[in-house]
Write a new protein. Structure first.
Length: 264
């Protein structure tokens, strides 16, 4: 019970982190093509990182949203070379479905695969809780050829769990309802507290993306880093070796988000 309570608290904390995700939402309004999430989406900070970290081990969770894509192999090559794990919150939209077989390599190399939504279309997924869960079921069905669906128990809501863009489609309680239902269904969800701002338009340079990440880390000892894995975010892959090196030099351990529960 104690653990459950603590985890529940952690979820609330994570939920607060969704700021970065709003970028996802903005672009999703007019197109079904997935777009990046950013800091503007979350309406509350990821409070878990405000706990006194003075005696805690430093851990970084690299996360990649909106893939797989034509950039995935470059990302996997870097992660393999640097020998660090990451978490991929994937979609299965029209424009990326052909890359889904890359999930076999992703899983085989020790990375975690998690759910982002099938279509990433805000208007559709946030229309109602049932529409959202239908979309998640469709995603799991499409992933089932490459990943054991039983292992797909982690979610990241497009726009983050505290986004308000969804209210436009599903009313002001849509995220609250979805979060409660996610927990009831046995899912966990996680936002982020470090945002690369790599999918916000203008194709930020690798140097800019690197600087965005370091800027957000500050003195956090638990960093959940939001990056993207799309055709448009090749500069994220270009920045990744330096980002990883920075965290290594700063003494961070790399892990996947499914281990968050036991670490809090
Ligand atoms: Zn996204």
């Amino acid at each position: 019970m104690k653990n459950k309570r603590r985890f529940g608290r952690f979820h609330r904390l994570l939920a607060a982190a969704g700021l970065c995700a709003l970028a996802c939402l903005g672009a999703g309004l007019v197109t079904t093509r997935p777009v990046g999430c950013s800091n503007d989406d979350l309406t509350a900070p990821l409070e878990v990182m405000t706990e006194d970290p003075s005696e805690e081990e430093k851990v970084v969770y690299l996360t990649f949203d909106d893939g797989p894509s034509s950039t995935t192999e470059a990302v996997l090559d870097i992660l393999k070379k640097e020998e660090v794990p990451a978490t991929f919150f994937v979609i299965a939209a029209e424009n990326n479905e052909k890359y889904l077989p890359l999930l076999e390599r992703t899983a085989a190399e020790g990375h975690m695969i998690a759910l982002h939504t099938c279509t990433h279309d805000y208007k559709a997924i946030y229309q109602s809780p049932s529409a959202y869960w239908q979309d998640i079921d469709a995603l799991k069905e499409k992933l089932s050829a490459y990943v054991d669906p039983q292992e797909l128990v982690w979610l990241r809501f497009p726009g983050g769990s505290t986004n308000t863009v969804s209210h436009k489609y599903g009313g002001s309680s849509i995220m609250k309802d979805l979060k409660a239902q996610a927990t009831e269904k046995g899912y966990h969800y996680v936002d982020w507290n470090v945002c690369a701002d790599d999918a916000i338009g203008g194709h930020p340079s690798a140097e800019k993306i690197y600087n965005n990440v370091i800027r957000d880390v500050g003195d956090k000892h638990r960093c959940i880093v939001l990056m993207h894995d799309t055709k448009a975010t090749q500069n994220t892959a270009a920045a990744l070796p330096d980002i990883i090196r920075w965290f290594k030099n700063a003494g961070y351990r790399f892990d996947t988000v499914d281990h968050l529960e036991r670490e809090i």
